[in-house]
Design a protein around this ligand. Structure first.
Ligand code: ATP
Ligand code: MG
Length: 402
């Protein structure tokens, strides 16, 4: 058993001690067979959420009525769900009803794909009624049961099939793929927030270049915001697709490919956060700056360290012939004369004092901005007198109004 499961075994043992059954399930069991790094460990059990709450000290009730809680032990979180079947998806968000059941087989039957419908006990024995292990070996994505029914029940599974093909590099089994292509329009019923989570994971897949032809062939673009009005957008990716780690990068990439769709359009149509908008904008500006001025101190100064990797990934898409590495960027950041405006040896008040007769206004900020640029680019030393001299004699405040 993979090390990642070891800690979680104590949860299973505790549940068993209370007379219930419990298994590992979902992505972790699947990824173990692929020798992939195990992500979140999910546990499924015959105990009800309330019973689980009584068994453990720290339980976060994330979805009691749907049978899901998070158990925290030793600083780690584990999702523990109760064996359940789901009935009706009339709002295409979540099932109308869930019914708790006693048999693990019934719980596995409600899951999307055979590769995700394998349960494993604490000794590593499998419960695999739908041939999930075989499909992992065949490297194929196949729905549990009739694909048309399963996609109709929850059309998000269509998007999940694309996502798993991108993450795992698997092909989609023929009848599953036929259903996916024939009923692709069902995806329109799904709330955009649910789709965006899967789309983000799709673009992050190691095998993204497998998923893009599927995206095109399935015509899913016809049913997704922005893509539906720009059907060629996705084709432009075919040449050089690189896994991207967040929606900020995805949007930045698409905006850089097609400038007339603004970052704001992406954010509002896909209902994304302000944080993503902000990050995407910084990344776009950084790539634009790079195009004009290459890698200079101002770029490094304006780019937060936490976006360095994202910048390098985008850089590799738009400038495939040149290479950037993180070390180089970090070194440049360390060598900067200042790291923020606060580090300037002249502040706004001191600047106003230089021009007692000029009323306060935007010019102060503009002056600071210019000082900041000159210092970062090495044209001025960050010394009070030198900055004062420049601010006083260099130019009259009028000219700070850029
Ligand atoms: P990841 O490694 O990305 O977490 P995962 O397979 O664990 O992949 P999750 O989205 O975390 O995927 O879902 C956990 C499990 O719940 C899945 O493996 C699957 O068995 C089941 N599941 C999730 N979403 C659906 C769905 N829409 N329909 C049916 N089963 C689903
Ligand atoms: Mg998971």
């Amino acid at each position: 058993l993979d090390d990642a499961f070891r800690k979680a075994i104590t949860i299973i043992e505790r549940i068993e001690l209370h007379g219930h059954k419990a298994y590992f399930v979902g992505g972790a069991v699947r990824d173990q067979y692929l020798s992939k790094e195990i992500g979140d460990i999910d546990i499924t059990s015959s105990a009800s959420p309330v019973e689980i709450q009584q068994m453990f000290d720290k339980v976060i009730p994330v979805g009691i009525e749907h049978g899901t809680v998070i158990v925290r032990i030793e600083g780690e979180s584990y999702e523990v769900t109760t064996f359940r079947v789901e009935e009706g998806y009339s709002d295409f968000r979540r099932p109308d009803r869930v019914r708790f059941v006693d048999r693990i087989e019934d719980d596995l039957a409600r899951r999307d794909f055979t590769i995700n419908a394998i349960a494993m006990d604490k000794r590593g024995n499998l419960i695999d009624p739908f041939g999930g292990k075989k499909d992992i070996e065949l490297r194929q994505i196949r729905t549990v049961g009739n694909p048309v029914d399963r996609f109709q029940e929850d059309p998000l599974r269509i998007m999940r099939a694309l996502r798993f093909s991108s993450q795992l590099g698997f092909t989609i089994n023929q009848s599953t793929k036929e259903a996916l292509v024939n009923y692709i329009a069902w995806i329109e019923k799904i709330a955009i927030e649910r789709i965006s989570t899967e789309l983000e994971k799709m673009f992050n897949g190691y095998f993204i270049s497998n998923a893009i032809p599927l995206f095109v062939e399935s015509n899913i673009g016809h049913y997704l915001p922005i893509f539906r009005d720009n059907l060629n957008l996705i084709n432009d990716l075919n040449n050089h697709s690189v896994p991207l780690c967040s929606f900020s990068e995805i949007i930045a990439m698409f905006h850089l490919i097609k400038q007339d769709i603004s970052v704001k359009d992406w954010v509002s149509e896909w209902k994304l956060s302000n944080k993503i908008e902000k990050e995407a904008t910084i990344l776009v500006n950084a790539i634009d700056h790079y195009r004009e001025k290459s890698l200079d101190n101002w770029l490094i100064y304006s780019l937060p360290t936490n976006l360095f990797k994202a910048f390098i990934r985008l850089h590799s898409i738009f400038f495939p012939k040149s290479n950037l590495d993180l070390e180089q960027l970090n070194q440049m950041k360390m060598d900067l004369p200042i790291h923020s405006r606060k580090d300037l040896n002249l502040n706004g008040i001191e600047i106003t004092n230089l021009f007692p007769d000029v009323p306060k206004g935007a010019w102060i900020n503009n002056c600071l901005y210019q000082l900041e640029r000159y210092v970062v680019l090495g044209h001025l030393n960050n010394q009070k007198n030198e900055l004062k001299e420049w601010a006083k004699n260099g130019i009259h405040p009028e000219s700070f109004n850029r």
